[in-house]
Design a protein around this ligand. Structure first.
Ligand code: NAI
Length: 246
């Protein structure tokens, strides 16, 4: 049976790798990204590799846009059975200089987006008696990171949302888990390294497996969690971080 997945932030980095991995395993993938052109390109590449995918320009912080995107998925690919909330932005700077607009934007993109996407797709999953949700949080929630109050708060909220939804929907055949990635080589991380937020050598030295993570490391764990074999795993925080936070 071909299942349909929505991957938010699926045009780049971790979301891109998840989209490709799920498609390679036979899932029809809807790439949701605020960058509509990049979403289209990502879907084109999946189709060129033999997979099934559509690209949707969706700002996941916008409820109406999420509803329109999910409606398109239902008509083009079928009812979504898998949701990966991966879209995110990062902002850094001293807490006392963090303005309310920035705080609200980060919370809306990183956390309220998952509220929207989960509320819109869960009724279909409940009706089907099967569903998988994976929320991409962050290893920064384990320790905190100076200068990243909005980001770390939003990602901590993803963990709480995961646990509540796991409890509410377990009896409907739906699992909800969160992966907090740690230090993965993506355009977002490249920006943080270039801006001096993180130092590459120091971060690698602090990583027990001795390397920066790859988007494919997260995609492999996500693919397992959305599969049939992971049906007894829910409400869990599955760290994929090279051993940085144990
Ligand atoms: P990335 O910047 O390469 O990809 C993020 C994608 O999200 C981009 O394609 C962007 O256009 C999209 N996006 C941003 N705002 C959006 C919105 N409002 N609606 C729809 N799409 C939107 O970043 P990366 O590193 O792949 O991050 C993916 C997720 O993993 C993020 O949630 C990030 O916070 C999280 N993460 C990444 C870590 C890393 O080391 N790279 C570590 C911990 C968490």
């Amino acid at each position: 049976m071909t299942r349909t997945a929505i991957v938010t932030g699926g045009a780049s980095g971790i979301g891109g790798a998840i989209s490709r991995r799920l498609a390679a395993e036979g899932t029809a993938v809807a790439v949701f990204d605020i960058n509509a052109a990049a979403a289209t390109t990502a879907a084109d590449k999946i189709r060129a590799a033999g997979g099934t995918a559509i690209g949707c320009g969706v700002d996941v912080a916008d409820r109406a846009a999420v509803e329109a995107g999910v409606a398109q998925v239902r008509s083009d690919l079928g009812t979504p059975a898998i949701l990966v909330n991966c879209a995110g932005v990062t902002v850094s700077g001293p807490f006392l200089e963090l303005d309310l607009d920035t705080w609200n934007r980060v919370l809306a993109t990183n956390l309220t987006s998952a509220f929207h996407c989960c509320q819109v797709v869960l009724p279909d999953m409940v009706a089907a008696g099967w569903g998988r949700i994976v929320n991409i949080s962050s290893s920064s929630t384990h320790s905190g990171v100076p200068g990243m109050a909005a980001y770390v708060s939003s990602k901590s909220g993803m963990i709480g949302l995961t646990k509540v939804l796991a409890l509410e929907f377990g009896r409907s055949g739906i699992t909800v888990n969160t992966i907090p990635p740690g230090f993965i080589e993506t355009p977002m991380m490249r920006g943080a390294l270039d801006n001096g937020v993180f130092d590459l050598d120091k971060q690698v030295a602090n990583t027990p497996v001795g390397r920066i993570g790859r988007p494919e490391d997260i995609a492999a764990t996500c693919a397992f969690l959305v599969g049939e074999d992971a049906g007894y795993i829910t409400g869990q925080v599955i760290g994929v971080n090279g051993g940085r936070n144990t």
